[in-house]
Structure formats: C-alpha cells, structure tokens
Ligand binder design. Structure first.
Ligand code: GUN
Ligand code: FE
Length: 427
C-alpha cells in the first residue's frame, strides 16, 4: 500500500457533477493532492509536471462507491432463504446466523471473508451493521481498519422480540455493552468509526431507545436503522407504538432520527407516508435505497423519484444479505430497473430513474454522508476505482458513457483493477 501526496491517474474519467449531469473526460489526468482531488486535466498543467502517473490505458476511472447499508454477519448466507419475506427471513435465517457471532472463532472466519471481498469490490465507503456482540464487532472493526476502506460500523442493539440466542437481557445491559464498545473504539482508528445501531423499532424497547439517545448526545454519534421497509413490519410498529402516527416518529420521539448533531441513515423507506417524508426532509435523514433487498424480500419499490424531486438525501445500499450481491455496480442497475417497474405497475406519474441519476446515488448521493465524497470535483476526497472492460467484445464503436452503463449493468468483478481511498492506493 502506497501513499503519495501528489500523483495522477490517467484514463477515461467519469463522475457526476450533479444528479443529472455526468462528466466524461476521455484520456485525461485525475490529479490527487494530499488525499483530495486537485482537478481533471486533458494535459497535465506545468505545476504538476514530473508527478508520478499511473496510466490505466483505455480503462474507466470512477469515484469510489458508497454502500450506505449492509450487514457484515449476513454475508455468509447471501443468496439463501430468498423465497421468504422480511419477518420470516429474520426469524428463520438471519437471527440464528447472527447468534453464531458470539463465537469469536466463527466471527473471525466469517468476517475475514467479508472484509476481503469488500476490499476487492468497487465500494470505498460503507455503513455497516455488525451483530449485538461487542467482541465480534470490535474484531470486524479491526479487520476493516486494515483494508483502508472508510466505514461506519455499528454494534447492534436488540432487547425485545428476538430469540433467546440473539437478544440482550435488558435495556440496561444493551446500553452498558454499547458504552463498553464505544470506550474501546471511539478514536481508536483512522478509517473506522462507530455508529449507533438500534436494529429497528420491533427489536428495541422504549427504555433502550431512551438510553441510546443519551449515549448519542454524549458521544455525538451518527445513527443507522431500518424504516418503513415492509407492510407487516409497519403494522407491528404501529401496535408497539400506538402513540406515534407513523414509524419515523418511533425514532424521532427519542431524538434518534437525524437533526442537528445526529446524522442518520434509514434503510429502505419503501412505504413512507407523506408526514414521514416531510420529517425526513426536515431532519436531513439519509435514505439508503436497497432495491435488490426490496425485491428479494418482497418489500416493494421505494419512490426514489419523489425523494429526489423533494430534495431528500438518498444513497444506495446492497443490504447484504436481504440483497444477495455485494456489488454496488449491481445496485446502480437494480435502482434503474425497479424504478421502471414502479413507473409501469405502481405510479406512472413518477418517471423511472435515469442511468445518470442512479450513478449519482451510488457516488455523490451516499458519499455525502461521509463529507465531500463521491465526485472528482475539486477538493472531493480522492476515492477512485479503475474499471477495465476490455474483455467485453463488441463489433461497434462505443462511447465511454455507453461503456460505463454496460459495465455497470454487467456488474462483473473482473473489471475492477485498482482502488484508492482518500489518495491511498489499496490495490
Ligand atoms: N429489519 C431489521 N433487521 C433487518 C435486517 O437484518 N435486514 C433487513 N433487510 N431488514 C431488517
Ligand atoms: Fe438491512
């Protein structure tokens, strides 16, 4: 792993300027200075003459992708149990597997595989759920730190409605484990940061939520959870929290739903009512759109066009293992595909997403949760992925933009030839 303060990558540079505009610059130089982008140039300006250049030939160079919702312990069973809906899938497949992470040997085996594969993927940043186990979550953080990827990682909280093998004994115990985990990990790493992770309302008592809110204020932590994913889940939350008028309020009443000093990522938002959408906008909540998971678990199709039109923050998540593919390239294609079905089958007033919009979601949309991330505009973090599509044969000439769309749709890991995070070369 090398870290050079000033260098350039040469190739076909593609990045979003905004949600509708993709900049494509053929055979150009992308300059990194002190970990951030210094510019994209057809010819290197004189001030950069003599800097090291990695020539990627005819390959494409795109910003690293931000996967803003996935579960590390679920990587082991991706692609299995895919004929179930959310709540049955959680009870029969997910919870029994997550319980195994009480065993650190098992956790090491499983997390090593996950972390190695994530490192090789086009993802440079991620918001990751662990399990409720402190030791296993710390191990996951240690392993992630070594990769150079920039991540938020959460020790999960669950004190109700779980199986005996995967439930904390009380709100006190759950909060105490969280504080122990935070005192071990806050400030310990350069790349890996803790994020408060109440699994979802059915798993967390009011008492626990209150304690987590106190912890949030003391440690100034961001929050991640699930929201309005599935009809059965939503009616369950209504029964559990009769005093709330919509699901989002179950988090908001404790101050765990975005707002000043509490950035929050909520996964799914497939069936959010208008009042919830308005509150997400007001609180600056980041929506993690997980199209493959929403398909696999029959959850539905989130109205991403509406969220974009209303100016909400939206990024993409693989939601491993509701989603089966770790590839954020695939998530981009899935986002376009499900939006077309939604337009056709659900609401023809909401136009399908364009390729440019879906690419933006995976780069700048989710990247913003991490700061100035997800573009090659000046001063954005130098997160870059080199994609070589030369093994795809074609008889016709193709534009770089068409090659980008094709390699994203074909989502083949063999494309991935290099990766940089904040200017650091991972491979
Ligand atoms: N809701 C609560 N837990 C989970 C989970 O692990 N995956 C998904 N997709 N939804 C959830
Ligand atoms: Fe999830």
């Amino acid at each position: 792993m090398k870290h050079l303060s000033t260098f350039a990558l040469k190739g076909n540079i593609c990045f979003s300027l905004d949600k509708n505009k993709l900049s494509v610059q053929k055979q150009s130089y992308l300059v990194c200075q002190n970990g951030v982008c210094a510019g994209v140039f057809k010819e290197l300006p004189e001030s950069f003459h003599g800097i090291p250049v990695r020539d990627a030939g005819d390959a494409l160079i795109i910003p690293g992708l931000s996967d803003i919702h996935l579960h590390a312990p679920q990587y082991s069973f991706r692609g299995m149990g895919m004929d179930l809906e959310l709540l049955d899938w959680l009870n029969t497949i997910t919870f029994p597997e997550e319980a195994k992470y009480a065993d650190l040997d098992y956790a090491r085996k499983a997390y090593s595989i996950f972390v190695e594969d994530l490192k090789k993927s086009p993802t440079t940043r991620a918001c990751i759920f662990g399990t409720l186990h402190v030791e296993a979550t710390e191990l996951l953080m240690d392993l992630l730190e070594e990769t150079g990827l920039k991540t938020f990682v959460g020790k999960v909280n669950m004190d109700r409605n779980g199986p005996a093998v995967l439930q904390e004994k009380s709100a006190e115990e759950s909060a105490a484990s969280t504080v122990r985990w935070l005192s071990d990990t806050v400030g310990k790493y350069q790349n890996t940061r803790p994020i408060l992770t109440p699994r979802f309302t059915p798993s967390c008592s009011d008492e626990l939520m209150k304690k987590l809110a106190e912890i949030q204020k003391e440690y100034h932590l961001p929050v991640q959870s699930h929201l309005s994913e599935n009809m059965g889940e939503i009616s369950w939350v209504q029964e559990l929290c009769p005093e709330t008028s919509f699901y989002g309020e179950a988090y908001d009443q404790f101050g765990l739903f975005g707002g000043e000093g509490c950035p929050a990522v909520m996964a799914h938002c497939v069936h959010s009512p208008q009042a919830e959408i308005e509150l997400m906008k007001k609180r600056g909540v980041y929506i993690a759109h997980c199209p493959q998971s929403n398909t696999n678990l029959s959850s539905g199709i989130a109205p991403i066009r509406e969220y974009l039109d209303k100016g909400l923050h939206v990024g993409l998540g693989t939601d491993i293992a509701g989603g089966h593919s770790l590839s954020m390239l695939r998530a981009i294609a899935d986002a376009v595909q499900v939006s077309k079905l939604r337009w056709r089958l659900v609401d023809d007033r909401l136009k399908a997403l364009t390729f440019e919009e879906a690419f933006y979601l995976a780069t700048m949309g989710g990247g913003e949760f991490f700061g100035k991330v997800g573009s090659f505009q000046k001063d954005y973090a130098f997160d870059a992925v080199i994609l070589d599509d030369s093994f795809y044969r074609h008889p016709q000439p193709l534009s770089v933009r068409d090659r980008l769309e094709r390699l994203i749709y074909l989502s083949d890991d063999r494309c991935i030839k290099g990766k940089y995070v904040s200017g650091r070369e991972l491979f």
